[in-house]
Design a protein around this ligand. Structure first.
Ligand SMILES: [Zn+2]
Ligand SMILES: [Zn+2]
Length: 186
């Protein structure tokens, strides 16, 4: 599966966006205010979005919830339905570009699009390619019991089960190792 530079960036962005959502009532929102959204836009080099407002914040939180359901989708048809809605609502203007020395690739967001529409168009299309490639199951949620963060499994045999943001795989290995030792000692 060919993953271009921009698709990769869009994937990183959408995973980070989904993971700003609070996991439960006890965790704070990763996008609590407009300033946090400004940081997010800057860190992910989302261009041409202009000044941000409370309206942008609530719009981004709304699509964040939609993107989260793509990562939780049980099958490609469910994911496709959500992605179609997101991309259609954003409106797209596909155009070829080779900005900043990158190879030719396609930008989807319309000129002057709001940050939410920009994200819905470009991240939505990045996820769409996974469905087209028959790789929707690579869009996953971490299987560690107290985590459930979103990630994209880019491993060759689609074998990744845990996110790396909190070293979930490691924690589970340690827990299993301790359990085995306890069993051996008991
Ligand atoms: Zn680009
Ligand atoms: Zn995890």
């Amino acid at each position: 599966m060919l993953i271009t530079h921009d698709t990769r960036c869009a994937l990183d962005t959408v995973v980070d966006l989904v993971n700003t959502a609070p996991e439960d009532n006890a965790t704070p929102d990763g996008l609590p205010d407009v300033a946090a959204l400004e940081d997010f836009v800057q860190n992910h080099e989302i261009s041409d979005v202009g000044a941000l407002s409370e309206f942008d914040l609530s719009a981004v939180r709304k699509i964040r919830g939609r993107f989260a359901s793509v990562f939780a989708a049980p099958d490609a048809r469910t994911a496709a339905g959500v992605i179609n809605d997101l991309v259609a609502a954003a409106g797209t203007t596909p155009r070829l570009t080779d900005h900043d020395g990158y190879d030719w690739h396609v930008h989807y967001f319309a000129p002057g699009a709001s940050v939410a529409d920009h994200l819905a168009a470009d991240c939505g299309m990045a996820l769409a390619f996974f469905v087209v490639a028959g790789e929707q199951e690579r869009l996953r949620r971490c299987e560690a019991p107290d985590c459930r963060r979103a990630f994209v499994d880019l491993s060759r045999n689609r074998s990744r089960r845990y996110c790396d943001s909190r070293t979930c795989g490691n924690r589970l290995h340690v827990a299993a190792y301790r359990a085995r030792r306890k069993e051996a000692a008991g």
